[in-house]
Design a protein around this ligand. Structure first.
Ligand code: ASP
Length: 386
């Protein structure tokens, strides 16, 4: 789609140049851009501050985020697909006990690790999801297998595990997932009658969203849910539309936070739908209209400025929409954050917690990981210019 857009833009501007060969504005916009790629990842949001994290701990998280980001970015830079890139980014985070997904997942009230994951391909909106899985090391891979190799979208518990066995997945015992730190969180929660939020102060779900060089989008999310979850509680992470959504026509989103609120708002799909409905005209159409105005006013320079201004205002729309949906989550009493990529190659975050483990990389040379609010220049309310 990006390639097509680039071609259209080139064609439109070339046509303009033919109509008015000396027209400076048309000539200035003749160059088609190279195909873009971008990726954003998260490892959970929450009450995170430099004051309650040792430098060693911070370095561990940053290294883990960088490893995941690099794995996904490399695939995209080499021309791989967005679907491959998000899985390559999520797997190391599922395997890393620092995050609440796969190994290191939080414990249920009954003292087990029950894993949830979902994945979606923006090309055709095919999706796969699993919930309550206890034996599969990388639930994101199982979710993808549900997507590609079953007639269904969403499998639960024993059925999902039977499906995994039939598809040749390696299974493991509960000891692979269980960590002492997470067990202590559960014990503290029970002893002090705390809520999952009090005990953790953060969500540790992992996720990735990507745009590949062919203009395809993908999103995936994986989690252990919330500490002390009971009665078969399912959060937003495996719910397509709440924790994960991808549609080539709008964006790809992965969420982390207080799942009940994300389900109620339908966060991931809500962001994508608003973006699809509020899509500004493509740049070549804007260029054509402004060119007409420039001719009437005989002011090429003014036309150029107007074009740049409109394009920069339009580039802010995805961030504004994401912030707007996250504000709704907050109004209802929830918190958390999202990562998002657009078909134009924007890689954005929006969160209403004090921090979010996150990272992003793009073909324009952006490559950063961050934890706390204000860690990087382009923060939740700013729009990066890539
Ligand atoms: N969203 C997840 C859930 O509610 C928790 C998290 O983001 O860590 O299950």
């Amino acid at each position: 789609m990006q390639a097509m857009k680039n071609a259209l833009f080139a064609a439109a501007t070339a046509a303009l140049a033919t109509l008015a060969p000396t027209h400076a504005f048309a000539e200035a916009h003749e160059d088609a851009e190279a195909p873009k790629w971008s990726i954003a990842i998260h490892g959970g949001a929450g009450t995170l501050s430099p004051d309650n994290m040792t430098p060693e701990r911070r370095a561990q998280y940053e290294a883990a985020l960088q490893e995941a980001l690099d794995a996904g970015a490399q695939i995209l830079a080499d021309g791989g697909t967005a679907m491959e890139a998000i899985q390559a980014a999520i797997i190391p985070m599922e395997d890393n006990p620092l995050f609440n997904a796969g190994r290191g997942a939080v414990f249920t009230w009954e003292g087990e690790n029950e894993l949830d994951a979902s994945i979606m391909d923006g090309r055709d909106r095919s999706a796969g999801a699993v919930t309550g899985v206890t034996t599969v090391r990388n639930p994101i891979l199982l979710a993808d297998r549900v997507r590609t190799d079953s007639p269904h979208v969403f499998l639960m518990g024993e059925g999902a595990e039977q499906f995994a066995l039939e598809r040749g997945f390696d299974v493991t015992g509960p000891e692979w997932f269980a960590t002492e730190a997470r067990r202590q969180s559960l014990e503290r929660m029970k002893a002090e009658e705390m809520s999952a939020l009090d005990v953790d102060h953060k969500f540790g779900t992992v996720g990735a969203v990507a745009l590949d060089q062919d203009g395809n989008l993908a999103a995936g999310t994986s989690t252990g849910g919330m500490t002390g979850k009971r009665w078969g509680r399912i959060g937003d992470a495996p719910v397509v539309g709440a924790g994960t959504y991808a549609d080539n026509r709008s964006c790809a989103v992965s969420a982390t936070g207080w799942g009940e609120y994300f389900i109620r708002v339908g966060v991931a799909q809500e962001i994508c739908t608003r973006l699809r409905m509020l899509q500004p005209p493509p740049p070549e159409v804007i260029a054509m209209r402004i060119n007409e105005i420039g001719e009437v006013l005989e002011d090429d320079e003014g036309a150029n400025e107007m074009f740049e201004l409109i394009m920069s205002e339009n580039a802010k729309i995805p961030q504004q929409i994401a912030d707007g949906v996250m504000a709704e989550v907050k109004e209802l009493g929830g918190d958390g954050g999202i990562i998002l990529v657009t078909p134009e190659g924007n890689a954005l975050y929006s969160f209403n917690t004090t921090g979010m483990y996150r990272g992003r990389a793009t073909s324009d040379g952006v490559n950063e990981v961050a934890i706390f609010g204000g860690d990087v220049e382009a923060e939740a309310s700013d729009t990066p210019d890539h």
